[in-house]
Every structure is written in C-alpha cells, then in structure tokens.
Design a protein around this ligand. Structure first.
Ligand code: NAD
Length: 478
C-alpha cells in the first residue's frame, strides 16, 4: 500500500517528466518542424481527421484550457507575429499588427460564447445545444493572415471543431507560424497534436482539395469576392466574410477636429489593410475645409488634381475589357497595397516628412479612388451639398457589400437614416473604424466579418450546429 504523500510525490514526478518532454518537444519544433504543417493537403486532412477523433471527446473545460494557452502564447509572441507579418507580406505596419494580435488574444470569445436553450414543462425537457461541425476548412487573407488564423482557431476550437487552413500564398510564412503557435498552445494544454493543420505551400489546387474533401464539413472564407463566391457555390455549409469599401460620412454637427483625427487614425491603421478601415469620405460642403485642415494636422498630405492623376498611374492598373464594347476598367496595383504613405508619395516625386501617414485628395464621386477598395493609406474626399446626398453616395460606394460604414455626427436622426439606408454589418459612429471590432470600444472582436452570409461578427457560436435533445415525460421537476 502507498500512502497519500507517496502518491503526491509520484504525481509530481510524472508531471515534471511530462513538462520536461513537452519543453524538449517545443525546442525541437522551433528548430526542425512546424507543428500542423504538412507537405500535401491529403496529409493535412488525414492528420486533422485523427486529431478530431480525439478532440471530439474533450469537454468544455478542457477546450477552455486550450483557448487560455492560445491567448497566452499569442500575447507572448505578438511582436514576433507583427514583424513576421510585414516581412512575409511586405504590407502593413508591424506595431499595428502586434496590437491586432493582442486584441485577438484578449477579445475573441471562447467557450463562454456557447449557450443552451431549454424548454421544460408537463411533457418533459427539450434542449438545443451548440455542437461542433467537425473539421472546418478555412481560407485566410494576406491582409490579416496570422490574426485571422488565431482568431478563427480560438472560435472554432472553442466550439469543438478541428481546422484545416488554406492561407493566402503571399502570407504563407506567417500563416505557418500561426498554425504552429496554435498547435504549441494545444499541446501545452494537454490537447491532441494536429487539431489545426495547414499545407506548406498553399495554392488554388490545395484549396480545391480542401473544399471538396468529404472530411471537411463546413467552410469559412475570409477574403475578396472571388474566394467567397467559390466557397458559397461549394454545396457545403459556408460562411463568407468578403470585401468591403467602407464609406465615411461627416455632417456639420460633428466635432470636426475629432472626426478628422479619428478618420485618419482608422484609415492608417495597419496602412489601411483592415477590411473595416475608412476608404472614402463624403463631407458636407460647409465643414469640408475645416475637416481637411484637421486631417493635415493629423498627419495627412493633401495632393492636388495633377498629383492625383500621377498617383493613379502608380496605384492602379488597367483591366482589359472581357467583351468587345465593354468599357476598360481599373483595378488596384497589388504592389502598393498596405504600403507606407511616404513610400507611395515618393513614387510621384514627393519627399514627405516622416510623420506623414495618409495621402488625402479631393475627387469626384465617380473617381476610381472612391469606387475601388484600395487598401492603401490614400483617402479620397468628396464634397456634398446635404446629408441625403452624402448617404446616397455612401450607399453606392459601398457597392452592396453590407460590410462596414462610418459616420461622424451628433444628430441621432442622421445616424438612424444612414444605418437603415446602408444596411452594413458594422456601423461605427464618432470613432476610428477599429472601434467596430472592439478595439478601444465595447464588444468582442473578430477578424472574420461575415456580411454576405449574415453571421456578422463571427465567434464560437457561428461555428456550431444546433442539435435538439428531447426527453419526454421526465426531468421536469416542478
Ligand atoms: P484574396 O481574395 O485575394 O485572397 C483570399 C484567399 O482566397 C487567399 O488564400 C487566396 O489565395 C484565395 N483565393 C482567392 N480567389 C480564390 C478562388 N477563386 N478560389 C479559391 N481561393 C481563392 O484576399 P486578400 O487580398 O488576401 O484580402 C483582401 C480582401 O479580403 C479584401 O477584399 C478585404 O476586404 C477582404 N477581407 C475581408 C474580411 C472580412 O472579415 N470580411 C477580412 C479580411 C479581408
């Protein structure tokens, strides 16, 4: 017989042995192989399938322990992720990317997001519970690559799923790092290996394999219109988080100085990469000069109409018409997405000061800078005669994406009117755009904003199936 003291010593020695081996494993991981990263999609699917078979039996508490580790490790490595994100994609701002990772770690909901609905009465008890889908296939963008992978992982694992990621090829290094980070956290919390997987070199082909695999029960697309359309036509349950072109309206009741700073803060966050960031401004004529004045004070460089033409040559490319007779179209030159304002200005011969973070210009409504989602710190401003005209233009410029819109106003009737007309998933008033995802504001965060399919600000519950459990003539105890 062994006594309690001996049992405690035995447990302590086993635990310390386990810690030792997990640390050793972690070191090996850093030096040799990234966890959850496979050469082929077939291998990734197989490994994820095995992991899910184990993970299916994890209860909420065990899943929450895993989420806690992911949060901890994301905080710890946020700076690395920020720098690696810029190095890998050549886009954005490392400091802002670091802040985005802290936001994900702090404000992405975990298992507490899952709720049960119950009916009890004369005929017994009926429950509806939020159950996992199984293996989710997720496509992630180049603009918030590791932020989206970690945010999706928290929500999807909290809901009890496993995940295969097919990240953007231009962000594969930082995406692999994020998948490895999640797996390291899962292992540290005693979870199964490969519950989150990816491929070393993601392509359209690996994406197709993932989408069409019978193992994958749900699909989540975070990206532009092409990928959302592709996933929504897959025949599987799919969540589509697509493109935006968020308009800002400024009326003459707004605190113009604050509005100018808020708009520039939001527009330049991570060099305008976030899909929620301010992309064009409609301002009432009687406050336009004041707004522009304070935008300049907030780190903007105002270019004239000649310079706008020069800038068009740099940041836009011609898209040849598909059919004879079609008008030629413009699209963004991807080389300049998410680049610093100063570097973009240098392309048109302007040597701006180091504190310049945004390029502003006055344009017509029809100008491509207004109509195209640039994702660069370039902000076109259109003067309007009245609020109704501003709303009408904002609705058109949003192109029915139902994504995000912004307003600077103290008039609640204007708030209501604009909100009803534009019908976006996110509507921010009197703050920088990032308030819409819980940064310096109330509410939780996400980096997968599902406008087209309506889940909105996704969280663990978005990645669940509703299952009903019925017991008749029992367990109603009244
Ligand atoms: P993107 O659409 O170029 O790429 C997204 C992913 O989809 C990549 O992995 C890409 O390889 C893949 N892809 C693209 N077309 C595909 C197709 N036809 N079939 C299969 N896979 C395809 O997006 P991006 O440039 O990385 O990101 C920017 C876009 O994403 C912007 O339009 C932005 O507004 C949007 N976005 C939306 C959200 C949101 O939550 N709604 C979040 C981030 C980015």
């Amino acid at each position: 017989m062994i006594d309690e003291k001996q049992i405690s010593e035995l447990v302590r020695s086993v635990l310390s042995e386990m810690n030792f081996s997990s640390e050793t494993k972690q070191e090996n991981t850093q030096e040799h192989k990234q966890l959850g990263v496979f050469d082929t999609m077939e291998e990734a699917l197989e490994a994820c399938g095995k992991a899910y078979a184990l993970f299916r039996n994890y209860n909420k508490e065990q899943r929450e322990n895993i989420i806690r580790e992911i949060r901890k490790l994301t905080h710890k490595e946020a700076e690395i992720l920020g720098k690696l994100g810029v190095e890998d994609t050549k886009m954005g701002n490392a400091y802002h990317k670091m802040l985005k990772h802290h936001l994900v770690a702090d404000k992405t909901p975990g298992t507490e997001d899952l709720t049960t609905t119950a009916w009890s009465g004369d005929r017994g008890l009926t429950l509806v519970e939020m159950a996992p889908y199984g293996i989710i296939g997720a496509i992630t963008p180049s603009t918030n690559p590791s932020e989206t992978i970690i945010c999706n992982s928290i929500g999807m694992l909290a809901a009890g799923n496993a995940v295969i990621f097919n990240p953007h090829p231009n962000a594969k290094i930082v995406s692999r790092y994020a998948v490895d980070l999640v797996n390291r956290a899962v292992l540290a919390a005693g979870g199964p290996e490969n519950i989150v997987c990816t491929v070393k070199n993601p392509t359209m082909e690996t994406s197709n394999k993932m989408v069409n695999s019978p193992l994958v029960k749900m699909l989540v697309a975070t990206g532009g219109p092409g990928v959302v359309k592709m996933l929504l036509s897959s025949g599987k349950k799919a969540i589509g988080a697509g493109a935006g072109n968020p308009p800002v309206v400024v009326d003459d009741t707004a605190d113009i100085k604050k509005a100018a700073k808020d708009i520039i803060d939001g527009c330049t966050f991570d060099n305008n990469l976030p899909c929620i960031a301010e992309k064009e401004v409609f301002v009432l004529r009687n406050v336009a000069d004041e707004l522009i004045h304070y935008m300049i004070k907030s780190g903007s460089y105002l270019i004239d109409s000649e310079q706008v033409k020069q800038l068009e040559e740099v940041v836009l490319v011609d898209v040849p018409p598909k059919n004879p007779g079609d008008k030629p179209k413009k699209a963004i030159n991807k080389d300049w997405v998410g680049r610093d304002a100063k570097k973009i200005l240098a392309q048109i011969g302007i040597d701006a000061k180091d504190d310049i973070r945004c390029i502003i210009c006055e344009t017509e409504f029809s100008h491509p800078f207004v109509q195209i989602e640039l994702m660069m710190p370039i902000l076109p401003i259109v003067r309007v005669d009245n609020f109704d005209e501003a709303v009408e233009m904002a609705v058109k410029a949003e192109h029915g994406n139902r994504h995000t819109a912004h307003l600077h106003s103290k008039n609640v009737d204007h708030m209501t009117k604009y909100a009803k007309a534009i019908c976006t998933t996110i509507f921010v008033k009197n703050a920088p755009s990032y308030a819409g995802i819980g940064f310096n504001s109330e509410g939780y965060t996400t980096f997968t904003i599902a406008g087209p399919t309506g889940e909105g600000i996704t969280s663990a519950k978005s990645f669940t199936r509703q299952r009903r459990c019925v017991l008749v003539d029992s367990l109603s105890i009244i």
